[in-house]
Design a protein around this ligand. Structure first.
Ligand SMILES: Nc1ncnc2c1ncn2[C@@H]1O[C@H](COP(=O)(O)OP(=O)(O)OP(=O)(O)O)[C@@H](O)[C@H]1O
Ligand SMILES: [Mg+2]
Length: 250
């Protein structure tokens, strides 16, 4: 059964799709075999998008045949996730979810914070199967309340282990924003990854150039980009192993 990692934050534009695509590529690279692939070979990593806006889908299509993982859309189809989860070939499924507006609060405070509809159903299905949730957050206070709500309303009630990842941090802005963001969430007792995904133009141009992080043309900056995702893959994997050892798996 595949390990399912869901990348989630109600706040838009925090790096969910960037993390989904590049983490998938990095894990796929780590698991790539050297043996000749049989005809029906299926990569050990699948990225699944439940985002109808599909920026990850567009990115995947720009990379084309050299994409090192399987990519599937699932906002209309809850079966794909179950098929990938149960496939013997797939070891990791990384799920990209869309940002969303909270549904109107009802007088009696009932109702699911994910709202209604197919996309909400797809996010619920992903969370029902999740082994771990990654919550990206940008290093600026404006995004903190929405991120907090996402965790408190959607992740904690389900008891899914999660890691907050500071993403899109520009080292030229100094360390204070990054450290304040980490401190803000750590004080709730929540796990914040040691790994920070730094902001690099190579990432924002990658869909246009048709690359994932393991394929960026060689340069010092490309190495830095890859290092962040390699570190994130390692840290998340170590965290999942620790959670299994402590009997906290789903
Ligand atoms: N580490 C990074 N370095 C440079 N640009 C980044 C980085 N992370 C994200 N971006 C850019 O920020 C924008 C938003 O990122 P992304 O699409 O991954 O966020 P998202 O959370 O998936 O957004 P949405 O909620 O709309 O789906 C994109 O233009 C992306 O290229
Ligand atoms: Mg996205």
């Amino acid at each position: 059964m595949a390990t399912i990692i869901v990348v989630l934050n109600r706040k838009g534009g925090v790096g969910k799709s960037t993390i989904t695509v590049n983490l998938s590529a990095t894990i796929a690279e780590a698991l790539a075999g050297v043996e000749v692939k049989p005809i029906d070979w299926l990569a050990p990593v699948a990225a699944l998008s439940v985002d109808p806006q599909g920026s990850a889908s567009w990115w995947a299509s720009r990379v084309g045949e050299t994409l090192p993982f399987v990519f599937a859309e699932a906002h209309n189809d809850l079966e794909t996730l179950k098929r990938l989860r149960d496939s013997t070939a797939v070891e990791y499924v990384i799920v990209d979810t869309p940002g969303w507006y909270p549904p109107e609060a009802r007088d009696d405070n009932s109702g699911d914070p994910l709202g209604e509809g197919r996309v909400a159903d797809a996010i619920r299905a992903a969370l029902d199967n999740a082994d771990h949730v990654i919550v990206p957050v940008e290093p600026e206070p404006l995004g903190w309340p929405t991120t907090q709500e996402t965790i408190q309303q959607v992740v904690l009630p389900r008891g899914i282990p999660f890691t907050i990842v500071v993403s899109n941090w520009d080292p030229r802005d100094g360390e204070a924003d990054r450290d304040d963001t980490r401190k803000h969430f750590t004080k709730f007792g929540w796990k914040v990854a040691n790994t920070v995904i730094r902001r690099y133009k190579l990432h924002s141009k990658a869909a246009i150039t048709g690359h994932v992080v393991t394929q960026y043309p060689k340069s010092r900056v490309a190495q830095e980009c890859l290092a962040d995702f390699t570190n994130l893959a390692l840290e998340i994997q170590m965290t999942i192993v620790r959670q299994l050892r402590r009997g906290m798996s789903r």
